[in-house]
Design a protein around this ligand. Structure first.
Ligand SMILES: Nc1nc2c(c(=O)[nH]1)N[C@H]1C(S)=C(S)[C@@H](COP(=O)(O)OP(=O)(O)OC[C@H]3O[C@@H](n4cnc5c(N)ncnc54)[C@H](O)[C@@H]3O)O[C@H]1N2
Ligand code: MOO
Length: 420
């Protein structure tokens, strides 16, 4: 599955992986690069138990089955009175609070009840407080409801939402805050999820500043702050984040020693005087799976298989180009599909929307363009150069623009951006 720059048209590499910088004649097309990133993940990482508190961001390794009927008892949906049959009713008992186990309610009787309380056996409806008038002296409750009280009114019957054993969510569902709420309601203390892929982030470039205003020909590291939370949203567990000097020694050692499932580098993918990534990959015995992709920005992105850990665990490396928008392109093209598959997440399908204005394309490559979507309309944003983040920060999606561009009024695939 090696995809080097020297690949032949049928996808075979006649001379083995070529890690030398060179002309990008046979760069992988964008879809194929994404497919290689997905397939090189192999099977998702093993299933592990996690407490609810620790399960956020993982993917379910098995379907979430209800451990109980929901609700698990006939429940009052409103504050008022549990009643049996038509009114007026004889008031009986001090009232039923949520959490109580009430005794049976006889025919023609009513008992005060709170929202969420178990409805007494024999009760046929709940009369809302605002629909009833209690006469304490007579011990009677009168029905002031505009219409008749129907059987089952304002009672949430047992099993209304689900029955015990019913599948609530399929395997592969991302554990969000909402899923945690449902899992707790359905009786779970722990969830069986896929282990999250561990990621070590290596940010390369002597010119990068960690703080303050860019000065003296140096620039702020924009990718550390952008990637750390983005990787977590892809279901990754960040186990290291280092800035590495433009020096082949420290980079080689960091790559060689990393225990991460995925090493993610930024910068150094091209052929500049201090772009050491290809040499490093060669020196650690990596196998290039994708070496440049026919996509703009970001075409020098790469994906490699690293030698396994001592205990036989597979490791991969994704090299993101240094230009920030190009790095995002590499992230969505190679890193996201790989991380999502390792973590057992389902793939989000691109949405097919309509270009509200012409979307400019590259003559021969796919272009990933920051866009704003409103309804089905896709509008390109300015400041979309490879070194710019201004358009991306306003965008809620990336349009996948085929070679030649997309005329206004035509369909286009868009990838939703996180945090839209
Ligand atoms: N002769 C050629 N030169 C370049 C080519 C090419 O095909 N032939 N490709 C260009 C493209 S496209 C890109 S993208 C870059 C890729 O460069 P590298 O991955 O080697 O990245 P660097 O050279 O280290 O940096 C490029 C650029 O990005 C800035 N940068 C790097 N890291 C960060 C960061 N963390 N935060 C903000 N900015 C960052 C860096 O200062 C440079 O300005 O190569 C082109 N050249
Ligand atoms: O395509 Mo580069 O990746 O122009 O920034």
């Amino acid at each position: 599955m090696t995809a080097s720059r020297t690949d032949t048209a049928d996808g075979t590499a006649p001379h083995g992986p070529d890690t030398r910088p060179g002309p990008l004649r046979a760069a992988r097309d964008w879809e194929r690069a994404r497919a290689i990133a997905r397939s090189c993940a192999g099977q998702p990482l093993p299933a592990v138990p996690r407490t609810l508190a620790d399960a956020l961001g993982h993917a379910l390794a098995e379907p979430l089955l209800a451990l109980t009927d929901l609700p698990s008892f006939d429940t009052a949906a409103m504050d008022g009175w549990a009643v049996t049959g038509p009114g007026p009713w004889r008031l009986a008992g001090a009232g039923v609070l949520a959490g109580a186990q009430p005794g049976p309610l006889g025919p023609g009787s009513a008992v005060p009840i709170a929202t969420g309380a178990r409805v007494p056996p024999g009760a046929t409806a709940v009369l809302r407080r605002e629909h009833g008038e209690a006469d304490a002296g007579q011990g009677l409750l009168y029905d002031r409801c505009p219409g008749p009280v129907c059987e089952g009114q304002d009672i949430r019957p047992r099993g209304q939402e689900c029955r015990s054993g019913e599948p609530l969510l399929p395997a592969g569902t991302a554990v969000t805050e909402r899923v945690l709420g449902l899992a707790a309601a359905a009786g779970y203390d722990r969830l069986t999820v896929h282990r999250r892929p561990s990621v070590e982030l290596l940010v390369l470039g002597d010119e990068l500043l960690g703080e303050g205003v860019p000065r003296g020909g140096r620039v702020r590291d924009a990718l550390g702050p952008l990637l750390v939370p983005w990787l977590r949203r892809c279901g990754a567990e960040l186990i290291g984040h280092h800035r590495i000097a433009d020096d082949p020694g420290p980079l080689r050692e960091a790559v060689r020693r990393s225990p991460a499932d995925v090493v993610l580098t930024t910068g150094s993918t091209a052929a500049g005087p201090v772009d050491f990534l290809h040499d490093t990959l060669r020196s650690v015995g990596a196998r290039l799976l994708v070496d440049s992709v026919a996509v703009r920005p970001g075409h020098p992105m790469l994906l490699a298989e690293l030698p396994a850990t001592a205990d036989g665990r597979a490791r991969r490396l994704v090299g993101l180009p240094g230009n920030p928008l190009a790095a995002v392109s590499g992230l969505v093209t190679l890193a996201e599909p790989l991380l999502r598959h390792l973590g057992g997440h389902r793939d989000p399908a691109p949405a097919r929307l309509t270009a509200a204005a012409a979307l400019p394309g590259h003559p021969s490559d796919t272009r990933l363009l920051p866009v704003f979507t409103a309804g089905r309309d896709v509008t390109p944003l300015p400041f979309d150069g490879p070194a710019m983040l201004r358009g991306l920060a306003l965008a809620d999606a990336l349009a996948v623009v085929p070679p030649g561009g997309v005329p206004a009024g035509t369909g286009v695939d868009v990838l939703e951006l996180p945090g839209r």
